[in-house]
Design a protein around this ligand. Sequence first.
Ligand code: NAP
Length: 326
Amino acid sequence: MDMKQNTDEPKVRVGVVGGTGYTGSEVLELLRRHPRADVAFATSRSRVGEPSPIPGLTFSEPSSERCREVDLVFLCLPHGAGADWVDAIGKGPRIIDLTSDHRPGSGREDEAVYGLAEFAAPKLAEAKLVANPGCYPTGAIFALMPLVERGLMDLDRLTIVNAASGVTGAGRTLRVDLLFGEVSENFRAYGEGNRHRHLREMKATLPGTSLLFQPHLLPIRRGILETIVVPVPDGVGPDEVREAWVDQYESGGAVRVLPEGMPEIRDVVNTDMLHLGVSAVEGVEPPVLTVVAALDNLGKGAAGQAVQNMNAMMGWNLNEGIRCGP
Ligand SMILES: NC(=O)c1ccc[n+]([C@@H]2O[C@H](COP(=O)([O-])OP(=O)(O)OC[C@H]3O[C@@H](n4cnc5c(N)ncnc54)[C@H](OP(=O)(O)O)[C@@H]3O)[C@@H](O)[C@H]2O)c1
């Protein structure tokens, strides 16, 4: 990837709307250490005047006028509020919307560039509005897109995406089903019957695939593991899949292809990396492979990818300021 590295450039002035939520806090943590970003404001309606993660900066009331005074705004808001804020801000700053409001399948996808950072870097350089991908779709799409594009999947058969997320995936709003007493020492499926809203984002991005998406709630704070049953044509095995991933991701970014073994949540949590692994499956005809993707829902699944998108929009190295681990 051809990225400029001129450190004499002035820093980009950034604002964060929804800075007290899970994704907003994580975006602020990354921006605090980013060498090329200056955070001008971070908003919250409930914690105005309280200190933010940025030294010397307190949370302020959300204001669309304030947004128009900076170069770039991160919208870390509930679904629906992202679109309202994009409309209210109007012309002016470039925007990275972490909500689903402008993602593929939303009905407003034409207004934005879909921010799959490693795939979209050239388009992102020109983008005014970026739709940051959802956490579950990031795992499935990064695992499957290189296979779809290279004809390595049998699209006539069902692909099953079994996924589990820590509870921060649901945001910081109070909910009875997310109380400690409900979640701890438990493991359950939800959104069963292909009802989870992330499915439409996956389907719109992986055309031709037939997907069954089954999310689960893990009794941990953060992290996602997706175990995907991938139907493949005869002759396609783990080696071909790894080759496709390496070919796709070796030029840079935050995806690690494991040469052997399967990804685990503990290796990606508190990082912005996505790990991919693949295994042969014995005794199933027609053939399938098991693919596993692991990511931190707040890292590569949200804030990490949002900061990569900012880097791509500004023409910087894609991984500037993100946590790529050892
Ligand atoms: N959590 C994840 O793992 C994850 C991953 C990928 C994408 N996402 C997406 O990212 C977005 C944010 O998620 P989150 O988990 O950070 O949510 P969250 O924890 O509920 O935080 C929402 C933030 O927005 C503020 N807010 C709420 N309504 C607002 C409004 N109408 N106007 C202005 N500010 C408002 C809240 O603070 P005040 O109430 O104090 O204003 C809070 O700071 C969601 O659309 C979510 O789907 C989340």
